[in-house]
Design a protein around this ligand. Structure first.
Ligand code: ADP
Ligand code: ZN
Length: 296
């Protein structure tokens, strides 16, 4: 059986599947301190005969496999989790079971690329726009891990003339996350995103900031597709606005695929991360079994 762990700052979602990736059981665990949270994760997974595990974790993470802190959650403000050796504790418990360890957005990117909106694309940028903004990237279908998480959620954006909002990022104030996350919308307009009317100027402004993210992503990574997930992206009216803003600011400087297929909404919704984690677990298990069969 395969397992996936989507380790978020608010909740952990864990799932176990059969070889066809049919989910046998899935649970949610509130994220408390690392010891208690992982005790509950282990109690769940230990009921099954697990062959491999795909893990996507909140960060910042150390993903430099040459680093002494590889697999640690590093400078998070979340109490108890600073400099926590997450991968080390998982490896200590699961011993010889292969573990693929990456960011929460990367596992969602894998789910979307293999079974969701990114099918057929090789180089995939996946943004989540929710409580925070994060980006994952797949290079020719494989996880791209830098030394740490990609932090494109904190790129600087050009402030719209009509926007006087200071921004909510505690580090940069008016970076992308500071201006366009769910909490930024709520703080700017005094309404939860879900309650902002469809025809509000708020969506044009939001689309402008997300279009700037698409422009920087296009110019620096030239992906095949840019997929948006997360709570704010559930507003389908955003997508035509992002595409038209993007086209306006890019000014025809580079060519892109047809924008209707280039800037798209995630197809797997909240399941993308778990599906991606299970796919990564399957890859790892198949790799182990084929190398065991290979002649010396
Ligand atoms: P998280 O990022 O915490 O994993 P979500 O991706 O669900 O969770 O994002 C939550 C944020 O998205 C909240 O700020 C919420 O107000 C906002 N949000 C959720 N649904 C909508 C919606 N339909 N329209 C606009 N904003 C929404
Ligand atoms: Zn920031």
């Amino acid at each position: 059986m395969y397992a996936a762990i989507e380790a978020g700052g608010t909740k952990f979602v864990c799932a176990v599947s059969d070889h066809q990736l049919n989910i046998v059981e899935k649970i949610r665990i509130a994220t408390t301190d690392p010891q208690q949270t992982l005790r509950r994760v282990f109690a769940f997974l230990d009921q099954y005969d697990i062959e491999a595990i795909g893990v996507g974790a909140f960060g910042p993470l150390d993903l430099d496999n040459q680093s002494s802190h590889y697999g640690y959650i590093t400078t998070t403000p979340k109490a108890g989790w600073q400099e926590f050796n997450f991968l080390g504790v998982l490896k200590g418990h699961f011993e010889d079971i292969p573990i693929i360890f990456t960011t929460d957005v990367n596992i969602a990117a894998v789910g979307e690329q293999r079974l969701g909106a990114g099918r057929g694309a090789q180089n995939v940028a996946y943004y989540t726009v929710g409580t925070g903004i994060g980006m994952g990237f797949l290079y020719h279908g494989a996880l791209y891990d830098g030394r740490g998480n990609l932090e494109a959620g904190h790129i600087l954006v050009r402030r719209s003339n009509e926007d006087k909002f200071a921004g909510v990022c505690p580090y940069h104030r008016d970076c992308l996350e500071g201006m366009a996350s769910g909490p930024a919308m709520e703080s700017r307009w005094g309404l939860k995103g879900a309650n902002i009317p469809t025809d509000s100027f708020a969506w044009r402004l939001e689309a402008n900031y997300l279009a700037q993210a698409c422009m920087i992503t296009t110019l620096s990574l030239s992906p095949d597709i840019i997929i948006f997930g997360g709570g704010v992206s559930n507003r389908s009216e955003l997508f035509p606005l992002i595409r038209s803003e993007f086209s306006k600011i890019l000014g025809g400087y580079v060519t892109t695929p047809n924008l209707a297929h280039y800037i798209v909404h995630a197809a797997l919704g909240n399941d993308a991360g778990i599906v991606g984690g299970l796919l990564l677990a399957k890859d790892a298990a198949v790799k182990v079994s084929t190398s065991a069969l290979a002649p010396d």
